[in-house]
Design a protein around this ligand. Structure first.
Ligand SMILES: Cc1ncc(COP(=O)(O)O)c(C=O)c1O
Length: 353
């Protein structure tokens, strides 16, 4: 058993930074109010900041990325509509079927290359004609950026722009972006986040992943959209009262220097991937675009054993089918990466012996 723990399971395991704790300690009664009646000055400031950074009219603090996505879907559609979801997307895979169950929506999967679909062959055939009484209307297409299950891959602004033109041509379909890790995409491409958001109608992004806040996500869009989203959030039980106690972390997280810190995670991911690739082992290591690495193992690899053995060496990972997922984040240092590169071969060589 190792004393050292390098937790690469997810960027959701992050703890607040010293600056975040400091700002939390500076709160007093005047920093808080009842947010359901819009009287929490800290939440109001966070929402105004988020809207400004993303170039949208308005923003709404929600409890999680899952709630942000559901609130967004409910606010852009009507029950009975069909929505297009990427086949490996978080909304389709991991949100408990809420679009169908709560929204009365028909989720229709589309295939893609690492999150990027061909508009002509993957998406166009899925659009329902409006003049056929048998068919539901296709009113929303969702994208995920970066794409978690494809390994933190980026959907660049050029693609989002083409998708926007495509959506307009198809009955002005709305576009929702699950931008849980959109700042990773922006930092990796060295572009302002507005280069991505300008092409979509709505977006949710997480404060609680790479930005390392303990709780919270933000939904952004037009004022009319956010008015509906606020009501839908209330319906889902997400109206919080003195929520400034959570929002205050987000104000630190949205500072430019904290967003730019994500670059460290990308550098660490690249080092780790390179170190693993150099091992002469039967594994395929994807080149990370951001902070997520997938390590593909041969089909009969005892994955549970592998995850257990790694954890005994102090390296925590998640496995998805025959792939290991490794995520770099705040709290993981260059020394931790060097430690992993040293320990990994010891375990892998034994597993593949
Ligand atoms: C791409 C993506 N979207 C949404 C979510 C949901 O976020 P939360 O865990 O805050 O509900 C996640 C969580 O991992 C995610 O990876």
């Amino acid at each position: 058993m190792s004393n050292k723990i390098v937790d690469l399971r997810s960027d959701t395991v992050t703890k607040p930074s010293p600056e975040m704790w400091e700002v939390l300690r500076s709160l007093d009664d005047s920093s808080l109010g009842d947010d359901v009646i819009r009287e929490d000055p800290t939440v109001n400031e966070l929402e105004a900041t988020a809207a400004k950074i993303t170039g949208k009219e308005a923003a709404l603090l929600v409890s999680s990325g899952t709630q942000g996505n559901l609130v967004s879907l409910l606010s852009s559609t009507r029950p009975g509509d069909e929505i297009l979801l990427e086949a490996m997307s978080h909304i389709l895979y991991y949100e408990v079927g809420s679009a169908a169950r709560v929204g009365g929506l028909t989720p229709r999967p589309y295939f893609s290359n690492k999150g990027i679909a061909s508009l002509e062959t993957d998406l166009q055939p899925l659009i329902r004609p409006r003049n056929d009484d048998h068919q539901p209307w296709t009113t929303l297409v969702c994208v995920e950026n970066t794409h978690n299950n494809h390994g933190g891959t980026i959907l660049p602004p050029t693609y989002l722009s083409d998708l926007n033109t495509f959506a307009q041509k198809n009955e002005n379909m709305r576009i929702h972006m699950d931008g849980a890790r959109i700042f990773n995409a922006a930092v990796a491409m060295k572009l302002p986040v507005t280069d991505f958001t300008v092409h979509v109608d709505s977006m949710s992004f997480c404060l609680s992943k790479g930005l390392s806040c303990p709780v919270g996500s933000i939904v952004v869009g037009s004022q009319g959209f956010i008015d509906k989203a606020r009501k839908n959030r209330k319906m889902l039980g997400g109206g919080m009262r003195q929520a400034g106690i959570i929002a205050v972390f987000g104000l630190v997280a949205l500072e430019d220097k904290w967003i730019k810190r994500l670059e460290e995670d990308h550098i660490n991911a690249k080092h780790l991937a390179r170190g693993l690739k150099e091992l002469e082992l039967p594994i395929i290591v994807d080149e990370p675009e951001t902070n997520i690495i997938f390590v593909e193992c041969p089909i009969n690899t005892p994955m549970e054993k592998l995850v257990n053995e790694l954890s005994h060496k102090g390296i925590l990972t998640f496995n998805k089918a025959n792939k290991l997922r490794l995520v770099t984040h705040y709290g993981i240092t260059a020394e931790d990466i060097a430690f992993c590169i040293e320990q990994f071969p010891l375990v892998l060589k034994e597993i593949f012996a």
